[in-house]
Write a protein that binds this ligand. Sequence first.
Ligand code: ADP
Ligand code: MN
Ligand code: MN
Ligand code: MN
Ligand code: MN
Length: 363
Amino acid sequence: MATSTTISYTANLLKYMALDQKGNAMAEYIWIDSTGGTRSKSKTLTKVPESGIFKPEDLPEWNFDGSSTGQAPGDNSDVYLRPVAVFPDPFRGAPNILVITECWDPDGTPNKYNYRHECARLMEAHKEHKPWFGLEQEYTLLDMLDKPYGWPVGGFPGPQGPYYCGVGAGKVYCRDIVEAHYKACLFAGVKISGTNAEVMPAQWEFQVGPCEGIELGDHLWLARFLLHRIAEEFGAKISFHPKPIPGDWNGAGLHSNFSSEEMRKPGGMKYIEAAIKKLEGRHKEHIAVYGEDNTMRLTGRHETGSIDAFTYGVANRGCSIRIPRECGHKGYGYFEDRRPASNADPYQVTGIMMETIYGSVET
Ligand code: ADP
Ligand code: MN
Ligand code: MN
Ligand code: MN
Ligand code: MN
């Protein structure tokens, strides 16, 4: 599936990967740009802690040229990178690390596209509820012509039906990328909970969670970075567009499952219902941060609710909010917000859920 150029490049790289680093570690600093893409650059760390474990507070702040990423004007272009989460690097191996960073402006305020800062404040303020999130990240694999991988040139595959959780040639595409990504996530310590092939051919899903608080956004962004980075090696593009192919083809979402400690205990349904009532009152505010082009996806068809109406129900996949059948039956557990689009920012999604359910935080 990759071109011969990329295959030989990867094989040639192997002998260099085995070279001694002479006590240095390579840190890949990762940030989120103005379009929801991930960017990264590498830094040499000349000392490795005795434990071999780097903590964010041990790592130096860094910077980048924000005018090249749409994150700063050309005449004041420095944007600062503050390390906030560290993961083992599955590409370079130990002692090398991947570092999630927050973007900060020179005046000491969060960069316009730093959604993590506000999210972390909300998580801290409401941490006594022990908020758990599990997000289902759907995505589409594209070839270099921006066509879904494996689709015929100038035409369409057969109608949806055989592809969801499919097994076999002609039913699923790029399983090698999905497998590589799953392994890389486990190696890095991402709390990935599973993967499945989706309803549209060349569309897949992975789930992250349950994670408590800010951890969900950090783990999901790292999983997105790993996916882009791995697909790069295989010569495929990752699209997080919520409706990559118009017409009778499923869109892509970021279903967001939520529970608090109260909701997870017997009798928890009353807390779930109270949360849903609050979400109903702020439908428009949620839709505003639930991803670009979500109007193309939330049509009320293809297992979605309409973008204009807030609805909920047990086991109903045509609603805004679904209470899983088992939770409805037991009377406690969690609920699923099906509205977020695949390109939504998990910091914004989990942040606004906390704000709506438990209240905003003073600045
Ligand atoms: P679906 O049936 O909607 O396809 P998935 O199995 O794909 O659901 O994803 C469910 C997600 O919900 C997983 O990420 C899982 O970790 C998460 N989850 C399970 N229990 C809870 C809970 N109590 N609170 C929050 N998230 C949960
Ligand atoms: Mn330079
Ligand atoms: Mn799912
Ligand atoms: Mn799905
Ligand atoms: Mn779901």
